[in-house]
Design a binder for this molecule. Structure first.
Ligand SMILES: *Cc1c(COP(=O)(O)O)cnc(C)c1O
Length: 415
């Protein structure tokens, strides 16, 4: 029998088991919701999203500029909610810039990133009047200096030579990286910007990696870039890890903010302006994915096949990410099984060794903590239309991105 203990701390704020024993997110029974919007679908608890945004705002001093790393959940509805909560957007391409602008994020609240920005993308950012461009390399600096027709605030991205304890594929602060200037090359780039007529150097940006569960690397990275001398502002990137499974216990948002702000005050003094760019930790926990079980078979292990997979969540295949899976109608259980997708790859395993309650076709499987980097990396492998995004709140469900159709799949083919 399902109890409140069946649900771990990783679920969105306000998730409950209702009288039928079903999981309810944002007041919506996930079994009913699956019937209504279809599966697979990304479900986002709007209250959780807003609560995290407020938690970040309150954890940092009021004058800290927060921007959401759009790549974590590049969806206008998400950016709009965050903008309402006073959070800007950082974008890493012309497309993400469009998403942020269409979401209504004020251009002055947008930061442009990227290690291979094209002339077109730089031009679009300049035309839009983005608040900040973070320069990654000398070639880009040449291009930007040539393109700018009026004053533009910039920072330079620096690789502080600090390695956070995370998967290699999402570590970015080490010396041997494609991101940013080395500590050795940064002073020359800073001199060049100071000499530019139109570029105005605000300071240094760093982002050492993602899903970091220890805070000390942030402190060491800030100490390392402080050696570049006094600066008006510092942008300390994102990186806070989240709990994906009940065994994960990441630092709190407050601890993250205290370590970053503390290190900045210690190494750069009381007056430097602070910018922070959370991605994952703002949105991951607000999202759950619902899937419909298509088949259950026993080939040595028990294989529970659902109607999505690596087209809606690439993280397990890209870097071994772990998730929890439960049945929406019977959380808990003791049937050890692998929850797998419908794609033609053996790596298409969403959750290995999940414990479900005797899963059967038509059951709804839910994986929590899919708000970050899932929709973002969705693809149409095997011609599977991409899943919708549905906001839930107070018992109401609102489709904010509709499901892709077969016509959408074919819309670019020149027939
Ligand atoms: C990805 C990214 C972030 C956000 O990282 P999270 O780990 O999702 O918080 C922030 N800044 C930059 C430059 C990034 O590339």
């Amino acid at each position: 029998m399902a109890t409140a203990q069946s649900l771990s701390h990783v679920w969105p704020l306000g998730t409950t088991l209702n009288a039928a024993g079903h999981i309810e997110v944002g007041g919506c029974d996930l079994v009913d919701l699956a019937r209504e919007v279809g599966t697979p679908a990304y479900i986002v608890a709007e209250d959780d999203l807003r609560a995290r945004a407020r938690e970040f705002r309150e954890a940092f001093p009021a004058d800290v500029h927060l921007s959401f790393a759009t790549k974590a959940f590049p969806c206008t509805a998400v950016l709009r909610v965050l903008a309402e909560e006073g959070i800007g957007a950082d974008v890493a391409s012309g497309g993400e810039l469009q998403i942020a602008l269409r979401a209504g994020v004020a251009p002055g609240m947008v930061t442009l990133h990227g290690n291979a920005k094209s002339e077109r993308e730089l031009g679009e950012a300049l035309d839009a009047g983005v608040g900040l461009i973070v320069v990654d390399n000398t070639d880009e600096l040449d291009r930007l200096d040539r393109l700018a027709t009026r004053e533009q605030d910039v920072m330079i991205r620096v690789a502080p030579d600090v390695r956070g304890d995370t998967h290699d594929h999402i570590s970015t602060g080490q010396a041997d990286t494609k991101f940013g200037f080395s500590l050795a090359d940064a002073p020359t780039a800073m001199e060049r910007i100071r000499a530019s007529e139109r570029l105005r150097l605000r300071g240094v940006h760093l982002h050492i990696g993602s899903q970091l569960l220890e805070l000390d690397p942030f402190r060491r990275a800030i100490e390392a870039v402080a050696a570049l001398g006094p600066m008006e502002a510092i942008n300390v990137g994102g990186g806070l890890g989240v709990a994906y499974t009940p065994d994960d216990h990441p630092p709190s948002v407050q601890e993250y903010a205290d370590v970053k702000v503390g290190a900045i005050r210690e190494y750069l003094g009381p007056d430097v302006a602070i910018l922070d760019e959370p991605g994952r930790a703002l949105v991951a926990a607000a999202g759950v994915t619902i899937y419909g079980v298509q088949s259950v078979k026993r080939n040595v292990s028990t294989w529970v096949a659902v109607d999505g997979g690596m087209s809606d969540n690439l993280r397990p295949m890209l870097y071994g990410a772990r998730y929890e899976a439960v049945l929406a109608s019977r959380p808990g259980g003791s049937t050890r099984c692998h929850v797998v997708g419908k794609h033609c790859e053996s790596s298409d395993v969403i959750v290995r060794d999940a414990m479900l309650d005797d899963p059967r076709p038509d059951d709804i499987v839910v994986t929590p903590v899919t708000g970050a980097y899932c929709y973002a990396m969705a693809n149409q492998y095997n011609g599977v239309p991409r899943a919708p995004v549905v906001f839930v709140r107070d018992g109401d469900a609102r489709v904010v991105v509709r499901r892709e159709t077969y016509d959408d799949l074919l819309s670019r083919d020149v027939l």
